[in-house]
Design a protein around this ligand. Structure first.
Ligand code: NAP
Length: 252
């Protein structure tokens, strides 16, 4: 069995997830680079210094999730860190369409239910399914940590404040999926509060990745910072929080 702590990052073949994987490997963890496409996961793992291994994991596919959990149990025996990072922003945005134009076609009154279901399948139900499959492995670790990668756009408090910029893009798809993820985070934190396993949500900030057509203003290093910090919280660290690297606590 492995003597190093083990981290699984979902959706780690690119973007913020890959950067989190890179930094946790640099800190000496064995890193499982979750990727729905094994080839892309293997290519990403090869760019990481340290012990990084690709793991096929599609968070919307129960068979894939079960196989990933079985492989971790057989090869490593436990999971110390689970970073629930995989997400999609939309299924329908056209190339070149602005965020504002896309938001106009994805309001509560006109959004396609298929679009909402697809986003929630990955960003909400996928997270819950991976949590359920990985929890027995997390319980095998001495002090496991779960990081749910959320977004400030999921904050109901901010969306309800008329002075919040861009609140008009708050819709049933991506933004509300992150609100639901925040609710799951609180529920998981309550479930595990007596165990020593800590569950926290983080907001990376507006980061230059494929998710937003590389329009973000922050680097992946900046976007990954809070997830890495919370993944490595010590025994006195908090449980059930929602934070950003420089803004601190974000209102739910
Ligand atoms: P990204 O570069 O698009 O990465 C998203 C990752 O999720 C990709 O590896 C993608 O895989 C994976 N993924 C999507 N569906 C999946 C599925 N069904 N199963 C497994 N993996 C799946 O985006 P990112 O910006 O790094 O996003 C990482 C996290 O940060 C997300 O939770 C996102 O909501 C959050 N976030 C990002 C920003 C931002 O400004 N970028 C802001 C706030 C929050 P493929 O490569 O196969 O598509």
């Amino acid at each position: 069995m492995n003597d190093k702590p083990v981290a699984l990052i979902t959706g780690a073949n690119q973007g913020i997830g890959l950067q989190v994987a890179r930094e946790l490997a640099a800190k000496g963890l064995t890193v499982l680079v979750g990727s729905r496409d094994l080839g892309r996961g293997e290519a990403a793992a090869r760019t990481i210094d340290g012990d990084a291994r690709a793991l096929q994991l599609d968070v919307t596919d129960a068979t894939s999730i079960a196989a990933a959990a079985a492989r971790i149990r057989a090869e490593l025996g436990r999971l110390d860190v689970l970073v629930q990072n995989a997400a999609i922003a939309h299924t329908s945005k056209q190339a070149g369409q602005t965020v504002e134009d896309h938001a106009r076609t994805t309001r509560p009154s006109n959004v396609s239910l298929d679009e909402v279901r697809a986003i929630w399948e990955t960003n909400v139900f996928g997270v819950l399914a991976v949590y359920q499959a990985m929890l027995p492995l997390l319980r095998e670790a001495p002090a496991a940590r779960i990081v749910n990668v959320s977004s400030g756009v999921g904050s109901l408090t901010r969306a309800s404040d008329p002075t919040t910029p861009y609140r008009s893009i708050f819709g049933p798809g991506y933004a509300a999926s992150k609100t639901a993820l925040n609710a799951l985070t609180v529920a998981m934190a309550i479930e595990l509060e007596s165990t020593g396993i800590k569950v926290n949500a983080v907001s990376p900030g507006f980061t230059r990745t494929n998710l937003n057509g590389y329009q973000g203003t922050e680097t992946v290093e900046e976007g990954a910072r809070e997830a890495v910090r919370v993944a490595l919280l010590g025994p006195d660290g908090p449980n059930g929080t929602f934070t950003h690297a420089t803004q601190g606590a974000i209102p739910w």
